[in-house]
Design a protein around this ligand. Sequence first.
Ligand code: SF4
Length: 320
Amino acid sequence: MHALISPEDAVRLKRAGYVIVGGHSAVKVCHWTKLSITGKGFCYKQKFYGIPSHRCLQFTPALPFCNHRCLFCWRNTDITIPRWSGNVDEPNDLLEKAVQAQRKLLNGFPGNPETELKKWREAQNPCQAAVSLAGEPTLYPRLPDLLRELNKKGMTSFLVSNGINPSMLEKLADEKALPTQLYVSLCSYNKRIYSRVHRPLVKGGWERLSESLELLDSIKTRRTLRVTLVKGLNFEHPEEYAELIERSGVDYVEVKAYMHVGSSIRRLAEEVMPSHEEINAFATELAGECGYLVSDDHPVSRVVLLSKDKRAEKNRGIKR
Ligand code: SF4
């Protein structure tokens, strides 16, 4: 395990449902995976894009590494190393161990009378990977190899990045190792708000994010901006977000409420979590400003999907 993950942190992470695999990676069974296996619903990405929540592997190759300490992050941002250090896990080995860990974490489900056994059996072989969970995955030096491995295994991949490592996004494009869907978080509309929201640990973060937004316009895969909104912090000026969205040319925008969960409750009050109605109103105004279409929503997750145009809307379902 990475020297910078203390034994106390490891215990805290284990109690929160994480399994650390290799030196710096981790798996955690998503809340929606569990709900789906017991027939109680599925995540908004299944609704929007058709990925099967019960066969999703939620993991990170960069558990302690991030160059942001976002106020709304559900992660314990005290464990944050802004630059890579130490050994690098081998991608295929990391994936094998991640799938094994997921199977182990799902072991007890057959004993639950609500479990749909067919779904539980299918969940033994994840076909979708959410490379997000914690930390900034673009800091993992072997990310291109990891995404190629996922592709080789016939798995779809969602890569969620904070966008301040444009050189890795460029590398993924150059090396044809792009994920099925590339997410970049856009949670600020100018440099001042960027610093307040993300408390960056590196210089030039706003400029790097802007560079990534420009890059997105030429990247040949499904591209999504995730706009996480917190009242009293960044929940304003849809017209300014619209300019940045247009510059990026992305296919989809997810306008999402901050959720009062995890370690974020130590930093933000519950009242700053927008309601779904407030998110809906903001998303509709934003769509009007940037010419996108309001395509779908998921009230439980307080999220609204915007599509660039009719073509993007029609093609939002991921074909396996
Ligand atoms: S896509 Fe995200 S929310 Fe949906 S099941 Fe996977 S990790 Fe959970």
